[in-house]
Design a protein around this ligand. Structure first.
Ligand SMILES: NC(=O)c1ccc[n+]([C@@H]2O[C@H](COP(=O)([O-])OP(=O)(O)OC[C@H]3O[C@@H](n4cnc5c(N)ncnc54)[C@H](O)[C@@H]3O)[C@@H](O)[C@H]2O)c1
Length: 499
């Protein structure tokens, strides 16, 4: 028998989220009652829930329509998924306070509003908790359990127990703007947009995120899919709530929204869907390697050990030296590269913006990544403005590595590290602030975004010293507080040097 058999769940608000949450509890064996604003809206919502369930071969076992006054007194859990408006939610909670028995758990599916404020509106904050399901709730396994300062440990535990009984995974998060997933992804979206304003095609950004980091969808394709107006509104909320200029929205989002280019549904956002779909654009900007390309790649430089395991095992063809230097380069690095280049072709492997001034003539500049699937993906620096043109041996290197690649300008962090390291920095800030545990952050990004690696797994892979150094270089070269490394990363980097 299901763990939830006999558990009475009332779902209030029958938009896409409420309908999906009702189906998830129904499928897990709970006794579900659904409520919308009027009896007519409730019946229509139930009908829609039923037809969506049938379209996915689910027969609703227990779900029935009700009104709040009759359903609430017997409820073990009330979960509200009404419109994202605090005034509506406050009024509902005040009504519920008059109807519920003392042990009922009151949960909100809000994606951005304060659970603490809802606890105040309910009058008994200990019983109010956030249960943030992801869309669509039937498919997405993650639920962020939001524990406000006033939420009791018992309520938080019951919420986590309910999530487990749904066969979903709960991560715990303090009551803080954007919770975990949306907060850690904020710099991913911001940096992706900023890159487009620095002369990079959206498809290059998306190709880099999917090819190197294994994200199932590039950030700009995803923003277009979600709707730029929704993203802009949440960015403005983040800036207001945090009061930190690093959260300020990117002006391009505002101008696209004002022009009506709100994304895929509008036919245009970062991509123009009438002329070229993202998949086609990404395919166009990625250089594919030639199939037959003998060359032996010799690792050198301070990070030779890191990349040597990624290189093909070939002694055929010409030798190309790959000078891997993933910390900020010094003039000694530039001298070493110059000496190597006197003997044969050399390519530097780095994302550090300081190479802009240090790269010797005739030397290539790339940055290698090993994707979570174990495939290589390369960023190749080509910059007309800065006069950086990859010599011919860069293409031979790419063919020898059998690696797809994109061309990027000489911006600090290039594309991939800028996206990945800014996400790590945000995740680290969130842990430093005590909002969530690192392990929960990784779980949340894996399940909520289908990222193959959580930010702390990426940190482990790239190394804390390198990530801290990369953020410092970005902060120094760009001078924007967006790149200010967290004090936790700074202390960890110092600890790693001492140990
Ligand atoms: N859409 C998403 O991807 C997503 C994901 C996670 C969380 N959320 C959050 O979940 C909640 C619902 O999202 P949605 O997209 O399903 O919303 P929606 O706006 O599409 O639907 C809200 C529903 O609530 C009903 N409603 C409004 N006031 C009510 C009241 N007083 N009593 C009963 N019903 C009422 C409306 O009639 C409507 O059917 C919001 O808080 C939202 O932020 C949304």
């Amino acid at each position: 028998m299901s763990e939830l058999a006999g558990t009475r769940v009332v779902v209030v608000g029958l938009g896409p989220m409420g309908r999906g949450i009702a189906r998830a509890f129904d499928a897990a064996g709970a006794d579900v009652q659904v409520v919308d604003v009027t009896p007519k809206a409730t019946l229509a919502g139930l009908e829609k829930t039923r037809s969506e369930a049938e379209a996915e071969q689910q027969a609703l076992a227990s779900t029935t329509a009700a009104d709040l006054e009759t359903a609430a007194p017997g409820a073990d859990l009330v979960i509200e998924a009404t419109v994202e408006n605090m005034a509506v939610k406050r009024e509902l909670l005040a009504r519920l306070a008059q109807l519920l028995k003392p042990e009922t758990v009151v949960a909100s599916n809000t994606s951005s509003l304060s659970i603490g404020e809802m606890g105040q509106a309910f009058g008994d904050p200990g019983r109010v908790v956030g249960m943030h399901f992801f869309n669509p709730p039937m498919k997405m396994r993650l639920v962020e359990v939001i524990v406000a300062a006033g939420t009791s440990a018992r309520t938080a535990e019951r919420a986590r127990g309910l999530v487990a009984a749904l066969d979903k995974v709960a991560v715990t998060c303090a009551d803080s703007p954007n919770f975990i997933v949306n907060r850690v992804c904020r710099p991913l979206y911001y940096e992706a947009q900023l890159l487009t304003t620095q002369g990079i095609e959206p498809a290059v950004v998306d190709a880099a995120a999917t090819g190197a980091l294994g994200h199932p969808m590039g950030p700009l394709t995803l923003l277009d899919f979600t709707g730029l107006h929704t993203h802009l509104a949440s960015s403005e909320t983040a800036l207001r709530e945090f009061g930190d200029p690093r959260y300020r929205p990117i002006p391009v989002a505002r101008s696209l929204v004002r022009g009506g280019f709100t994304g895929r549904a509008a036919g245009r956002g970062f991509y123009d869907y009438g002329s070229e779909k993202p998949r086609v654009a990404i395919d166009r900007v990625v250089r594919k390697p030639a199939s037959e390309a003998p060359a032996s790649v010799i690792p050198a430089g301070p990070d030779a050990d890191l990349v040597s395991g990624w290189l093909p095992d070939s002694s055929a063809g010409d030798q190309i030296t790959l000078y891997a230097c993933r910390r900020a380069p010094t003039s000694a690095d530039a001298d070493a590269v110059r000496r190597l280049a006197a003997d044969g072709p050399v390519v530097v492997d780095s994302s550090d913006g300081h190479w802009l001034e240090l790269l010797p003539d005739g030397v290539g500049w790339v940055h290698l990544h090993r994707s979570p699937r174990g495939r290589l993906f390369v960023e190749v620096v080509e910059d007309d403005v800065a006069g950086i043109h990859g010599p011919e041996h860069v293409d031979r290197l790419l063919d020898a590595l059998a690696a797809p690649s994109v061309r990027v300008p000489a911006l600090p962090g290039l594309v991939v590290d800028r996206l990945a390291h800014c996400m790590i920095n945000e995740a680290s800030t969130l842990v430093e602030e005590g909002i969530a545990a690192a392990q929960d952050v990784d779980t949340a990004l894996r399940l909520g975004m289908n990222h193959p690696r959580g930010p702390f797994e990426q940190l482990e892979l790239d190394g804390v010293g390198r990530v801290y150094g990369s953020l410092r270089s970005m902060a120094e070269v760009v001078g924007d507080p967006r790149y200010r490394p967290s004090q936790l990363l700074r202390r960890q980097a110092a600890g790693a040097v001492r140990s």
